[in-house]
Design a binder for this molecule. Sequence first.
Ligand code: FPP
Length: 261
Amino acid sequence: MFSFLNKDQVTGEVAEQALDESKIPAHIAIIMDGNGRWAQQRHLPRIAGHKQGMNTVKTVAKAASHLGVKVLTLYAFSTENWKRPAAEVNYLMKLPVDFFGTFVPDLVKNNIRVKVMGYTDQLPASTQQAVHQAIADTAHCTGMVLNFALNYGGRAEIVTAVHGLAQQVKDGELEPDDIDDELISDRLMTADLGELRDPDLLIRTSGELRLSNFMLWQVAYSEFVFTEQHWPDFDQTSLETAIYEYQQRHRRFGGLASKKS
Ligand code: FPP
């Protein structure tokens, strides 16, 4: 089940409805799309959209944490994004350096812990250094996990998991029949999130209705909310509107009982 929010819904009456604080989605994942179009509409270079998008990450991370979200996963760079022009890729690789360089004190103040999933060893050394420093600097934080998908791809993640399981079978540590949902989940990059590993709510901005290789296994039972807003325009009200929409859903996880989110 998914829904599509248009601009009027995001800025209008839906956002004014009170949220049910007992039904805040524990794990929200966001495909942050539309930075380029946001910049284009303003006759700015695409990288201006990414810079504004980075500021949106700061706003939305704090808003989610205040609302009681436990994990916020953000798709910041996919394994396919390397195909973009070198100048844009270089800029995107510098963003985490800028982001963590300026925002870690705020993250600590808000008790937010940074986590990163993806093939980070393929990132430039300075990006890796910024990411590892932020993880270390926030390791003591016990509140929301801010989980960046960086050089992440859902299919690649599953292939890596399958390689690991196949190796275990080859080594005689595992029988093929022992492989189940749980064992596969345990080998994905979200494994350390435990029972919070699967998103309750997936949001995609900018009007595109696709997953783009994001968390293919983990979103099996997620509720989807798509909004027309470009990521740089997304804000606390947009987040609350998406959560409100989520709270109107009846999650059944394949069963019959009509269990409201
Ligand atoms: C998609 O918009 C966005 C990206 C590929 C990059 C997302 C990155 C950020 C929002 C900043 C991340 C911040 C940190 C801290 C790592 P697009 O460029 O595909 O937009 P378009 O579809 O309109 O061209």
